[in-house]
Ligand binder design. Sequence first.
Ligand code: PLP
Length: 429
Amino acid sequence: MAVTGQGVYLTDASGRQYLDACGGAAVSCLGHGHPAVSAAMHAQIDRLAYAHTSFFTSEPAEALADQLARTAPAGMDHVYFVSGGSEAVEAALKMARQYFVEIGQPQRSVFIARRQSYHGNTLGALAVGGNEARRRQFAPLLIDVKHVAPCYAYRDQHAGEAPEAYGARLAAELDETISACGSQRVIAFVAETVGGATGGAVTPVPGYFKAVREVCDRHGVLLILDEVMCGMGRTGTLHACEQEGVVPDLMTIAKGLGGGYQPIGAVLTHKRIVDAMSAGSGFFQHGHTYLGHPVACAAALAVQQVIERDELLANVRARGQSFAARLASRFADHPFVGDIRGRGLFYAVELVRDRGTKAPFDPAARLHAQVKRECMARGLMTYPMGGTIDGHAGDHVLLAPPFIVEEEHLEIIVDRLHAAIDAAIASVG
Ligand code: PLP
């Protein structure tokens, strides 16, 4: 049982401390117990805890919307608040559909997304997600979504194929899939800018998203980027898509938006989507009771203000570089680490039984679960996952330390992780 949290550490009921190297699920970007966030939440609770958005907007919701619109990619000047990542994805899917109804293209009904992706656990988000294990038993309930290959260079880029050529090959697959569905039937392509928990910090190759954007534009298909995990500074820029040089039509954010202090997510929406709705029916046909919750917005506003005031994105970039170097020096020659990948303070190591063939460990051994156990036994929180390759085989360990992390913490993370991986591998034989 977690009882208290301070800085990069959580403490359990027996007084044991855990260095939070993953922010839970890449959530706690400011670490725990930040006084500025706590003060903002207390002040908001005392002023106004709740007002339903069908009657009122609120000061923190307006201020947070201004903050997000000011810092968003060009043209993405509207914000729709929800209570988490899955809700954000649901709202984005419905906005995309409504957009086409408003502009007189109601025949569009198909989404295209990627295998080995995760977009949430509600039915729409689960349907676009490509996490086989999570989808399987609910498959009869899911809307029809076509899935294309993820951008997974470690395994899928051919020997001798340049990164740009690999990205172009994937964009060509998307192009063909849209054509096969019928260009006029497709609503949007949905993708995590940097893959999260399912594949493990899988970074796009240079040019991939530019090529994807071009394909979408050519077919009149929207681009929805899911930055619930990789966004809000995690990769070193506020939005991961900034590093790809693309602007999506809709972008989902959550986790790092509120840093775990309150449940909150949002959809950042391009002006042209909102303009079409304004000129048409005049409203978005959607809603939840806790949209734009004042305390959640106050917490998220405080988190974002601290990140800006303390220039923490510079720390993400600097500590991120050092983290990458430390991981490389410790694991680059490790016999069971096949790949180290990521950006900013968002990294994963992929574990393999044989580095030459990239053969994974036997999935039945559940190596990822052993790694988590061994990390916890050493006072280290990490986010290991199985099914890295195809939803069944493969193991990786995801790392997403808070933006306030210091060099001494990075050293502890790498030391404990190394010991935990070795112990876990020894235990599975
Ligand atoms: N999208 C991505 C990329 C995620 O990583 C997650 C959660 O891990 C979600 C959506 C769903 O968010 P939530 O768990 O807040 O509903």
